[in-house]
Every structure is written in C-alpha cells, then in structure tokens.
Write a protein that binds this ligand. Structure first.
Ligand code: A3D
Length: 320
C-alpha cells in the first residue's frame, strides 16, 4: 500500500513542527510548501536527516510551487502573516484572506480530494473562506482551535490537581478568541464533572474560574512570553491529532471549527463544536444541550465570528 501524503501549506514555526511530528508518527510522506524560497526545502532536509536517528521512514520534500501538493491526502494550512505592531485586526484579516484565496485555488487544482485543516488566524473566518475558495465539500474542510484550547484547559486542570493529563477530559467550544466557551459542566477529571470536584472540595471555585480565564487567554500568554511569535508546539500537536483521526479512521470526538447546517440554530457559519473525525472527514456533529449561561456565552462567541465573516464578504464580495 502506498504511503499517505501530507502537504503542509506554510512552513513557518507551526509548519516545521507539523512536519517533524508527522515524520515521528510515520503518518506518511511529507511535502512542505511556502512562498519563501529555501525554507521548506531546508526544513524538509533537516527533518529527513533526523529520521535515521529517530528511526522513522518518510520522504520529506520542500517546494515553492503548488504542483508539489498534487494528490495529497491531508493538507494543513498555516500560510499567512502574524499581526505586527501597528497592524489592525482588519489589516490582518484582509492580508490573510488574500492568502486563503491563493491556497484555496491551489488545493482546488491539485488536491481536491484532500482533508484540509486550517490553522491560519483569524481562524473561524479563514477556514470559512478557505472552504469557499477551494470549493471542497464542507465535511472535508475544518479549522483547528478547539483541540488546542481544550488541551490548555486540560493541562491547567491537571497541573492544579496534580493528576495525570490523561485522566482530564475537557472541552472548549465556540470561536477561537477571548470569548471562546470552556465547558465546565462537560469537563471531567477521572470521570468526575468539574462542578462536583468543587463540591467535593478538591478544587476551589476561585481556582476553577482562574483556570477558565487563563484558558481563554492562553494564546496571548504565550505571545507575551515569546515576544517574537505565537505558540507552535501545542497548535501543531493538535492539528496532527485531527489528521491522524482522519488517516486512521479513528472516529475521535474532537472540538473543531466545522461548518454548521442547522445545528445550534446556525447555517453556513464555521464555529468550534464537537465532531467525529473519520475516513469521511467530519462524519457527525454533536449538538450539546446548553444551559442558559452556556447558551449566552456561545451566542456571544458566534457573534464575534459572524462579524469577521461579514468583514470577509465586504473585502471579497465574491464570497457573499
Ligand atoms: P509563521 O512562522 O509566520 O509561518 C507562516 C508561514 O506562512 C511563513 O513561512 C510565510 O512565509 C508563509 N506564507 C505567507 N504567505 C504565504 C502564501 N501566500 N503562501 C504560502 N505561504 C505563505 O507563523 P506560525 O507558523 O507561527 O503561525 C501560522 C498561522 O497560525 C498564523 O496565522 C497564526 O496566527 C496561526 N495560529 C493559529 C492558532 C490557532 O489555534 C487557530 C494557534 C497558533 C497560531
């Protein structure tokens, strides 16, 4: 059986880490693509040279032309620019929307059967636009944010309770921004819902509130520390978990930005919800019953995403 092909569009901090992880996990052969000449080629060769040490078999190559992604099974998109001092969110949206137009055209031409995972920010609006530009079916185009936000939530809980991260399950839904929705009632430690842990005296309400707040601002915390960029290890690990669930038909339930068609009372928009990822991409969307407070938080988060999508339509009327 031929190896699977994984194409990484964008070979910056996250792209390079994705290539390394995909190699270590032997998910398939890997193509790194970027507009910057030499970067994808250099990273591909460097990682390939680590393969004898770590003992993995994968072909790695770098390219500056879209033909290199031909026939890819999975495509992970990180192409774009980060926000720089003096740049407004609207400037960022406009630039990265232009990048999504190029990436979408490349995918449409060379890899229309791929499962596509977008990471470029602002996430929910970019994955919405990428699906439109590429013309791929909605079940094959998703955004990575919820797995990362939930991993941060899980890590902070495990650290606070001094227990294994493996026994902490948590879910963060909604758009990828400060008004994301960490679901306290649906998150568990050793199978015990968080509100029960508070009642049992194992975790104070103040500590739990602080963890929720830290989760919401998790991206900013890393940016403030790194100063020269944003998080890349945990975002890459999160996207690889999604790719692996697709490639191995694991049918994992993961929070991802998926296109809704009636669920949660929404139609056509992309937002973070729990989905099953298997060989057909997004195979099912789980509709969680929210209480009033959760409903309000989710609505607020969706409103932010809708605002960004409207801004995309203003910039590129063809998307309307
Ligand atoms: P960075 O290291 O700057 O890599 C981006 C790469 O994109 C660079 O190598 C650029 O040369 C390349 N690029 C720019 N324009 C194009 C183009 N038109 N075609 C192909 N390649 C291009 O950034 P990064 O890897 O740290 O982050 C990538 C993206 O992920 C950014 O938009 C971040 O904001 C975003 N991000 C999202 C999350 C989420 O949880 C959603 C987390 C962390 C980062």
């Amino acid at each position: 059986m031929a190896r699977k092909k994984i194409a990484l569009i964008g070979s910056g901090q996250i792209g390079g880490t994705l290539a390394h992880l995909a190699g270590l996990k032997e998910l398939g052969d890997i193509v790194l693509f970027d507009i910057a000449e030499g970067i994808p080629q250099g990273k591909a060769l460097d990682i390939a040279e680590s393969s004898p040490v770590d003992g993995f078999d994968a072909k790695l190559s770098g390219a500056n032309g879209y033909e290199a992604i031909a026939g890819a099974d999975v495509i992970i998109v990180t192409a774009g620019v980060p926000r720089k001092p003096g740049m407004s969110r609207d400037d960022l949206l406009s630039i990265n929307l232009g990048v999504m137009e190029q990436v979408g055209a490349g995918i449409k031409q060379y890899a229309p059967n791929a499962f596509v995972i977008c990471i470029t920010n602002p996430l929910d609006a970019m994955v919405w636009a990428l699906q439109k530009f590429s013309g791929l079916p909605a079940n094959k185009v998703v955004g990575m944010a919820g797995v990362l936000d939930s991993a941060r939530f899980r890590y902070f809980l495990a650290e606070a309770l001094n227990v294994s991260v493996k026994d902490v399950h948590a879910m963060t839904l909604g758009g990828h921004g400060d008004d994301m929705v960490p679901l306290v009632r649906h998150s568990t430690v050793g199978g015990i819902p968080l509100p029960d842990l508070v009642k049992m005296g194992l975790l104070s309400q103040e500590k739990l509130d602080a963890i929720v707040e830290r989760t919401r601002k998790g991206g900013g915390e890393i940016v403030a520390l790194l100063k020269t960029g944003s998080a890349f290890y945990a975002p890459a690990a999160s996207a690889i978990a999604m790719a692996e669930s697709y490639l191995k038909d694991q049918k994992r339930i993961l929070p991802v930005a998926a296109q809704l068609s009636g669920q949660y009372g929404l139609d056509g928009t992309y937002v973070g919800v729990p989905v099953v990822i298997g060989e057909n991409g997004v195979e099912r969307i789980f509709e969680i019953e929210f209480d009033e407070a959760e409903k309000a938080m989710f609505a607020k988060s969706v409103a932010s995403v809708s605002g960004l999508i409207e801004a995309c339509k203003q910039i590129k009327p063809s998307l309307a």
